[in-house]
Design a protein around this ligand. Structure first.
Ligand code: FEO
Length: 389
């Protein structure tokens, strides 16, 4: 196992999770990596660790550079166990190492592990430590996306190690974005933001504003590939758009169907958007995972959700999507609820309730009993076209 030098005497020593297929409900079809960084200076510093089941991979990469017992400082930017899970093992090698973390990081680590023998150094915003030729400073990023989250910045190397923010779930031999297909990395970065950081857009914006004031030529996140050179500006620009909730003239139609009526209604909506030159995508919840749909919702101005009524309620797939949407809470959308029914028709009110909770502008609520004729479908299309102006 190799360590990869990303800056002079700074090494990637993480682990690659080729088999990771989901992350608490978020599909990770491309796997992931947990990125740890080893800084060789007068003090030996390890920035973050990896999930505990692949600790050995990280240790073997560290051993190609130094004996792990020489580690003086472990920086824990984030308590979540995909990054802190191997700290106990490193502490066995290097029991006198100091663990540096935010105030909430100390609280969190003490609630995850037996830390009775650990020496902590708690840092606050702007704190700086000297490790020899380098100074490391810390940017506290509360709720990006846990209370403990922070970034470590090495000013001499113009290197930011911000943990989750700017990450992507990609398992890869390559370490840098410019070694990989850019569009794939950006697609995964967008999915990561939509599924992890979206509810904390304000906090992320505040963190990015602080980060933009730094002199940075490399951003090394804790998942996926490292941004360097001109790619740094590209990911900062993308975050500027996502943090500020800038949407495009685009619609996402999400639905499930029983006997095909709600699907036909979805197609009528599709035609109306198409006729109005609005970029539109249809997502059948039986075919596309909610975490993939959220990537498309992230920059869509319109969101349409359709469900037939089943057992006096909406279909479970639609309920799961709407509850996921409610938690991630993208703001300021224009919404349409639609669906078919035989009797009852309660699904529409339930969809509307979630839209109202999210304070969306409800452009239309379209309900249809049993099977629509072509004239009925044409009418749905025409009426929506009129409402779209
Ligand atoms: Fe990658 Fe919030 O852990």
């Amino acid at each position: 196992m190799r360590a990869i030098e990303i800056k002079k005497n700074i090494y990637w020593v993480g682990a690659i999770d080729w088999e990771l297929s989901e992350f608490h409900g978020y599909l990770t079809q491309r796997g992931s990596s947990y990125n740890a960084y080893l800084i060789i200076d007068e003090k030996i510093v390890l920035v973050d660790t990896v999930k505990s089941h692949i600790t050995d991979e990280m240790i073997s990469r560290i051993k190609t550079i130094i004996d792990p017992s020489k580690i003086d400082i472990i920086i824990s930017n984030h308590t979540e166990m995909d990054h802190s899970g191997s700290i106990p093992e490193i502490m066995k090698y290097s029991p006198n190492a100091t663990v540096i973390c935010s105030p909430n990081g100390e609280k969190g680590l003490k609630k995850h592990f037996d830390t009775s023998s650990w020496e902590f150094k708690v840092v606050n915003i702007g704190d700086k430590i000297n490790i020899g030729k380098r100074d490391l400073s810390f940017i506290l990023m509360q709720m990006v996306h846990w209370p403990d989250s922070m970034a470590t910045y090495c000013c001499q190397d113009k290197l930011l190690m911000p943990n989750d923010i700017f990450g992507q779930h990609i398992a890869s031999y390559e370490r840098f974005v410019d070694e990989k297909h850019f569009d794939i990395v950006m697609e995964e970065a967008k999915k990561y933001f939509a599924n992890i950081l979206l509810p904390y857009s304000k906090q992320s914006l505040s963190a990015v504003t602080k980060i933009e004031k730094l002199d940075i030529d490399m951003i090394a996140p804790s998942h996926g590939l490292i941004w360097r050179g001109s790619d740094v500006e590209k990911i900062l620009k993308a975050y500027d758009k996502w943090d500020n909730n800038i949407t495009e003239n685009k619609a996402v139609i999400v639905y499930d169907t029983m006997w095909g009526t709600t699907k036909k209604m979805a197609m009528s909506l599709y035609k109306a958007f198409e006729e109005k030159n609005i970029n539109v995508e249809i997502k059948n919840l039986r075919k596309t995972h909610i975490s993939d749909i959220m990537r498309d919702v992230l920059d869509a101005k319109y969101i349409c959700v359709g469900s037939p009524t089943l057992n006096n309620t909406m279909m479970p797939t639609v309920a799961a999507f709407l509850y996921y949407l409610k938690g991630l809470r993208p703001q300021n959308r224009i919404a349409i609820a639609f669906g078919s029914y035989g009797w009852g028709g309660q699904s529409l009110d339930e969809i509307k309730q979630i839209f109202e909770f999210l304070k969306y502008q409800i452009l239309d609520t379209i309900k249809f009993e049993y099977i629509p004729s072509q004239d009925d479908l044409d009418k749905i299309e025409k009426e929506l076209k009129n409402k779209l102006g």
